[in-house]
Design a protein around this ligand. Sequence first.
Ligand code: BTN
Length: 280
Amino acid sequence: MNEVSQLRRSSAIEQLLSDGWLARVDWLSEIDSTNSFLKRALTEDTASILPRLAVADRQTSGRGRGQNAWWSPDGCLMFSIAWRPDRSTQSDEWDVMPRISQLPLVVGISIASALRAILPNRDQVKVKWPNDVYIDEKKLCGILIESVVGLAEPCWIIGAGVNVFVNIHNAPEPIRSKATSLHRECLSETMATLCVESVLLSIVQRLIETMALWQTDGDFLRRQWPDYCMLTDGWVDIKLTDKSLQGTCCGIDDRGALIIQDPRGRRYSVLSGVVESWSL
Ligand code: BTN
């Protein structure tokens, strides 16, 4: 690593710690997966103070949702945050736990909103349910959220892979035709200042701020989702555990489930599934 990136890295870490965004940062040169790293760390040290961040220069077994692997080339920002709801802000009225199924969508909105601030055609940065971040129907960022079991307090690991400088031409199919990078999409003025550290800083700050807001605002998702949803009014083909469903996307319900109306007018709420294809 050259001196400039070394400096940028130390100042990003310092900013995240000294401004109180995070309790701990581990910047790893190589790891299997930042999600797995944090899972192990939390299981070994159950008193770990959160939120804490793990970032990797290289991932040897990056994981995606389901059984998918995450292609983790140079130029991809790969990080995970271990997070738990903030007890001090909770009262009966504010308790976020009954709304916890909204978490993946809220994370998607947070990251999309941080990326909107970097990209010129900002309104085209959207979330493909539940939380992939796209621009013009090309994937910029994938998110993997896992809960950690066996701890005294509930805890989630929020992992994200952001294509910052990734050269998509080198990607295996089908990624090559379905993904893009921030470097490819940003304006030439922004290109000079674009770096993994600044993207990380923007995303982490936006994520922590948004999660705090969401915990105290029961209407957050209902208000924000329409502006971010890539699929609303589009035709989707969604794979469920034992079958697939095709129909028009009619937004989400209060749990964050995707509402699909089939050609016969029947409505379904899908809490978990994979949108395999769509037409907008
Ligand atoms: C997906 O699109 O299927 C989710 C991809 C999530 C990838 C990130 S990279 C950092 C973190 N560590 C992992 O092993 N996965 C997530």
